[in-house]
Each structure stands twice: as structure tokens, then as C-alpha cells.
Design a protein around this ligand. Structure first.
Ligand code: PGA
Length: 251
């Protein structure tokens, strides 16, 4: 199983900025990325084609969207379909990032529709899950993970290839705060995710990658990816700079 080192650029970067960062990153990792590593850049829609052209032909480097809408086409002003994303080179898409859940009001059910629709239409899907600080304090971490996985993986086509479904566990209180989750907290949550996956997909659970996200930096990445059931990282702030993300990708 390749470790997946994913960047999430959120609503940052013009095309020129995105091109410069992607080129800088590729130059820094060129010839150094171990064969058991995969790099993914999730870029804003306007920069997808530009970043895709920088990644083209680079081994184990793929382009991702940050979102999609679960319909082929139609009267959905402002939305974008899996086919349009593939048309500009996307291999992956995120679904259910906590910012979309909390700011745009996305429900567990909508997130599940996105995951299933993306997979059915040829994208690999990174399902983001994770509890808020209030939920953690209330002792509800497992309850939240259970609910978000149940709904997020509902209607996933039975014959999916295991590398096309990725879970990103991102405790909301660790995102963009500089407060990375403790090793024990990560191991516990990832272990619980794995157990739940075993219940949902008994045959494929061990091959589904579980990423950690939330204040991953060059200085803490190596320790995090060495933990049990951590198969990669999803990185926001520290992925915006080519040098910083190259250190993470090669950690
Ligand atoms: P962060 O963001 O690395 O800036 O905490 C992670 C994410 O939102 O995926």
C-alpha cells in the first residue's frame, strides 16, 4: 500500500501562484519520492488544469479536486461534476471536508452521495471525517466517526478497488490551529476507523488508506506516518509552500 501524502490548498492561489508552487514542489521531490509514496495536490477549481499540467507524466503524483457535485450535469448553478473534473485531469476528489460541513452546511447524507457518485464516475474519493472539540469533550469521538463513516460510505459500489477509497481522519480542533492531535489520540481514532471499515468492507478494509489531517508540519510528519493505521497525511497550511510540502512528502 502506498502512503498518500495529500495537499489541500483550499481557497488559496491564483493560477500563476499554483503553477509556481507545483513546479517548485516537483523540482524538490524529483527522483527522490520513494516508490511506496504517492503525492496528491487538491487545488482550487480555477487552478486544476494548470497544476495538472505540472503533474502530467510525474510518477505517483496526481491531481485532486476539493469537492464535487453528485450529478452528471444540469441546472446546478455554481457546481461541478466528476466528468468536468476528470476533463481537467483530476484523479481524486475530497468529500466532506470539515470546512464544507461546517461553513457550507453539508450533511452526512450529501457527503455520502458525493463519495458514491464520484466513485461510480471514475474518481478516487477521499472522505474526510472527524469530531469537533465539543464532541471530543462529550466523549463522542467514536460515535461521530461511526456516523460519518456509515453515511459517507453508504451506496459505495460493491466492486470498488481498494485504492480508490481513502479516509482522512481530521479532528476539527486540530485543523489550522497548530494543535496536532496526540499520538495516542491518533492511534485510537485510526484503530477505530479500521475496525469500522472491517465491518463495512470485510475483504478490503486493510487495503483502504486512512490519512491523518490537522496541523501536520515538516517537523511532525515522520512521527505521525509511523503510527499504526496511519497511511498518509492530508495537509492544509504546510502544503501551500513547495519547500515545506516537499519535506512532508519525503518525510
Ligand atoms: P491544516 O489543514 O494542515 O492547515 O491543519 C488540514 C486540512 O484542512 O485538511
Amino acid at each position: 500500500m502506498k502512503k498518500l501524502m495529500a495537499a489541500n490548498w483550499k481557497m488559496y492561489k491564483t493560477r500563476a501562484e499554483a503553477k509556481a508552487t507545483a513546479e517548485d514542489l516537483m523540482n524538490r521531490i524529483d527522483g527522490k519520492l520513494p516508490t511506496d509514496r504517492e503525492v496528491v495536490i487538491a487545488a482550487p477549481y480555477t487552478a486544476l488544469e494548470t497544476v495538472g499540467s505540472v503533474l502530467a507524466g510525474k510518477q505517483n503524483c496526481s491531481l485532486s479536486a476539493e469537492n464535487l457535485y453528485p450529478a452528471e450535469e444540469g441546472a446546478y448553478t455554481g457546481e461541478i461534476s466528476p466528468r468536468m473534473l476528470q476533463d481537467v485531469g483530476c484523479v481524486y476528489a475530497l468529500a466532506g471536508h470539515s470546512e464544507r460541513r461546517s461553513i457550507m452546511g453539508e450533511t452526512d447524507e450529501l457527503v455520502g452521495e458525493k463519495v458514491a457518485f464520484g466513485l461510480k464516475n471514475g474518481l478516487s474519493m477521499i472522505l474526510c471525517i472527524g469530531e469537533t472539540i465539543e464532541e471530543r469533550k462529550a466523549g463522542e469521538v467514536q460515535k461521530v466517526i461511526d456516523r460519518q463513516l456509515e453515511a459517507g460510505l453508504k451506496n459505495v459500489p460493491a466492486d470498488f478497488a481498494s485504492e480508490t477509497v481513502v479516509i482522512a481522519y481530521e479532528p476539527v480542533w486540530a485543523i489550522g490551529t497548530g494543535e496536532v492531535a496526540g499520538e495516542g489520540e491518533i492511534v485510537e481514532a485510526h484503530g477505530f476507523v479500521r475496525k469500522k471499515l472491517e465491518k463495512i468492507f470485510p475483504e478490503k478494509a486493510n487495503e483502504i488508506r486512512i490519512l491523518y489531517g490537522g496541523s501536520v508540519k515538516p517537523g511532525n510528519c515522520a512521527q505521525i506516518i509511523a503510527l499504526d493505521n496511519v497511511d498518509g497525511v492530508l495537509v492544509g497550511g504546510a502544503s501551500l509552500d513547495g519547500e515545506s510540502f516537499s519535506q512532508i512528502a519525503l518525510a
